[in-house]
Ligand binder design. Sequence first.
Ligand SMILES: Cc1cc2nc3c(=O)[nH]c(=O)nc-3n(C[C@H](O)[C@H](O)[C@H](O)COP(=O)(O)OP(=O)(O)OC[C@H]3O[C@@H](n4cnc5c(N)ncnc54)[C@H](O)[C@@H]3O)c2cc1C
Length: 548
Amino acid sequence: MFTIDELATIPLFSALGEKELEFLAGAVEDIHLIPGEYVAHEGEGRFLAVVVEGKTELTKLVNGGEQVIGVRRPGDLGGEIPMTLGTPLPASMRAVEPTRVLKLTVEDFHTLAAMAPAVSAAVGAAALERMEMLKSATAQPIEPAMFVIGPRVDPGVHGCDSFLHRNQIRYERLDPDDPGAVTRTGGAAAVAPFPVVVLRDGTQLIAPTMRVVATVAGLTVAPGRSQYDVVIVGGGPAGLTAAVNGASEGLQTALIESFAPGGQAGTSSRIENYTGFPYGVSGDELASRALQQAKRLGAEIVVTRRVESIDPAEMTVTLDGGDVLRTKSIILAMGVEWRRLEVDYIDRFVGSGVYYGAAPSDAGLAQGTDVYLVGAGNSAGQAAIFFSKHARSVTLLVRGESLAESMSHYLIEQIARNANIRVETRSEVVAVHGGDQLEAIEVIDRGTGTTSRRDARVLFVLIGAEAATNWLPSEISLDEHGFVLTGTDATKAGQWTPDREPFALETSAPGIFAVGDIRSGSVKRVAASVGEGGAAIAHVHRYLQLPH
Ligand SMILES: Cc1cc2nc3c(=O)[nH]c(=O)nc-3n(C[C@H](O)[C@H](O)[C@H](O)COP(=O)(O)OP(=O)(O)OC[C@H]3O[C@@H](n4cnc5c(N)ncnc54)[C@H](O)[C@@H]3O)c2cc1C
């Protein structure tokens, strides 16, 4: 607690009278921090801070990582801009050494300002000064972390594009003949293999794996410990939520993601039915917020690593490359994988004209072209609406009689109102043609039996998804479609041995839980996956309290 005498030594308050100092002494918080502890986080609500002893730094999340943008020493203020302009905190503030900070809420600041207008004027002046500094800082263009050079339709370039986008790494893609690309590579990037990734220091990586890209981008590609309280397999909404909850409750939490965080949701252009976002939210944004939150709370997010096996007896998780993690519990959140279109030679064009799933980062592929979409579910409907804003035309190829069988009413209405989208029912792709890239497709009209050839450079396939669980150990019971059984369904499968009922999200292997789309009987939706991800951590806690 600050005494009146102590407060009077702080420059901002040195001219205050006894009455104001008395008010202040009863209002301020006296915060003692150890190095690394935060006073507040970027995006939080307003308050005024004064560093009294020690040293703090201001940090911002840039390219998925935390960057230091300023230092505050005794007498310096924090939060003066939000206090003056009414905005959320533009940066986080954390202690560099043992630090003492005085914190004043917005309400108490206004009371003090009414008693002593000079304080408000001083904070306003400090905010102005700081904004001048910020103005010159923001006038500097922010250099991308890397340049990705190669044609947009190249499969490697497409993969790298979506990987960096989903990991929130600032990058710029350049065509090989772009003057910027020629300068950066000395012309060397004009030929395949693509992409050529050029780093800030000029280093060129030719067709690197995503693990290499992740490493140079500063992402975590290897677990930092060998023992965890909980290991989460998969970084979609379910896994990310489990990571947020696990880390916030003090569990040593690792999330292993084979590609990039976000899962299927990360590829969704607009999720309209997620509570709290009245005008919808892109899956990207939702995933990136969850990722920031999980990292901030201390979860370890390992990308570009696939979990290849689990040993329920030893409670170990083995990653590709052989790392073995010991853990007290496991949460399976692997989601589903896109079902493949059964057409001869189609695999030749995957990534160079044929794309499974559709992401906002694919808008460039659709730009000014005729886009074909196969599918009749909500994901196909959302993608059609999204691409109609970029493409010359969008054709939705639907195998059934109508969209009403499988698509939500609100999407069907939006499609009907959109002159740029054509829906062809009873239609199927039966052949694909092209050289290095998709050039044409053949579509059969099952109503008339006629086949027509269409020029097509972009075909998105969104025909549902399958559970990829064949690598799981036999102790984990699956339903007839390969989805993981939990709770009473898991006991019915006959493998449950403990002398207790399983938790609702527990599989037939004790201590191993399943959440989200991979779970048998789950509602295949973001909100449901998020709910289960959170609930699973509560179950993990209860499981860890059991005698073992
Ligand atoms: C285009 C599209 C639009 C959608 N629109 C909506 C919508 O509007 N509203 C809505 O509610 N839902 C929507 N959905 C459905 C929603 O996205 C899913 O229900 C949700 O993402 C499921 O979350 P999940 O975490 O269970 O799995 P997923 O999102 O599938 O994530 C699973 C993750 O696990 C990773 N993984 C898999 N196996 C391994 C392994 N062995 N090792 C490591 N990592 C692994 C994958 O790479 C993936 O990132 C949409 C889906 C798509 C594809």
